[in-house]
Write a new protein. Structure first.
Length: 161
């Protein structure tokens, strides 16, 4: 069973790289190649424009959630968060780890005074969609082959334990 969830600190980004590669989530759709994707993520991580949360089993990272800071579209003095990458190693799925990770991230984000949390997922990713809806995300719109989901972070009636 999972031991704990933690936020990676500066200098620890390299610890997530093997699982990030294994996930297959990084590819040429955002940059020229995977190496550039790592460099861009690491740069934004070091500039505190994204946060990385990981789940450990013993001393092995088996799950991660990378969230990116965005300016709020309606209020330029406010900001929102977006889940850019969310992954649990295939050997550890269907054990409730995704819900626990989302709970950890959500509870952290409600303390940041951000307005919303959003994410995109493919329309055929039914297990993920079920998780997001169970957690309280609402489908907000459709973008290409992606469903968009969002939730309000300052609705304190949703705080999870």
């Amino acid at each position: 069973m999972l031991n704990n969830f933690v936020e990676l600190k500066k200098g620890e980004f390299k610890t997530i790289e093997p699982l990030l590669l294994k996930s297959g989530l990084l590819g040429e759709e955002f940059t020229d190649n995977i190496s550039n994707s790592f460099s861009k993520l690491k740069h934004n991580f070091n500039r505190n424009k994204l946060k990385v949360f990981v789940g450990y089993q013993k001393e092995t990272i088996i799950s991660f959630c990378i969230i990116v800071l965005h300016k709020n579209l309606y209020d330029h003095t406010a900001y929102d968060w977006h889940i850019a990458y969310f992954y649990t190693d295939i050997l550890f799925r269907r054990q409730g780890l995704g819900y626990k990770m989302l709970t950890h991230v959500y509870n952290f984000l409600t303390k940041t005074k951000a307005g919303n949390l959003s994410l995109y997922t493919t329309e055929d990713n039914l297990p993920a969609i079920a998780l997001y809806i169970k957690f309280g995300f609402k489908e907000s719109n459709f973008l290409g082959n992606y469903n968009c989901y969002s939730m309000c972070l300052n609705d304190y009636s949703l705080v999870r334990r």
